[in-house]
Design a protein around this ligand. Sequence first.
Ligand code: NAD
Length: 303
Amino acid sequence: MGMLEGKSVIVTGAGRGIGRDFALMMAANGASVVVNDLGGSATGEGADATPAQQVVDEIRAAGGKAVANGDSVATWEGANRIIQCAVDHFGTLHTVVNNAGILRDRIFHQMSVDEWRAVIDVHLNGTFYMSRAAAPIYRSEGRGRYIHMTSTSGLVGNFGQANYAAAKLGIVGLSKSIALDMQRYGVTSNCISPFAWSRLIGTIPTDTPEQAARVERMKTMETGKIAPLAVFLASEEAADVSGQIFGVRANEIFLMGQSRPIRSVHRGEGWTPQTVAEHAMPALRGSFYKLERSAEVFSWDPI
Ligand code: NAD
């Protein structure tokens, strides 16, 4: 018996990359899976039903249960159709995996409003639409699982990804809010921050031998390595795991930090701009975070 026997699961963006491996492993563990994927380009243009259908065919060939869905998570109507697809085919819904994603990278001072909106729509709004559309089922049945994909581009930082970083950190706040608001109904909500070789990072230039070597090392971060944690989080065994942020990179699993006060200063008479400069900043400066990027914090090769 798999860990998800009898469960009805939706994985968004499951036609490729990390989501595809989620769908395959969830189905192998007994879940009935809605394989959602719009099938557009990496920047979100166009649509193609083939990737989702191929994953469904693969699951069925292995004896599993799956159905393809080509709606976009980026509209409220599309999200509702995806949820309805699970109910129509599998009777109910136990887990939503908010995995669909696009990138429109651009240095901040050149980012267009369209580039901003497109990324916020798929990641942050899409995660809200999917989660909100599933909530009435979870509430009435007194259980449910949400798994959302975040990124160290938001949690730590990266160049040229203001839209993506804002969306991915927004998803962390959304996940925590869902975990708090729906705890009373036995619902859990967690984030996974993956590192994996997929088309979303496959565009890294390999002009120099150093870059080529780096890309070879990155290829060891297989998309399938993220799936075991997602299957666990979707299972009954994860009932007491909620409001957390996990990282997965090849064979490492991380519990990521969450924001808490790390240092405080106090003046009985209150502050003036001058005393902030003379007292508060010198006292706090030693605990400032460096302006680091994800690659500087995860500075060792994938294990
Ligand atoms: P991917 O491009 O291989 O897969 C994303 C899938 O989402 C694609 O198949 C695409 O068609 C689909 N999609 C895009 N917009 C959609 C929409 N509106 N509706 C439905 N489907 C849509 O990318 P991936 O690397 O597997 O990324 C999966 C998730 O993991 C994303 O949320 C991404 O931001 C996150 N992530 C990935 C990495 C990484 O290292 N690969 C790092 C951090 C976060």
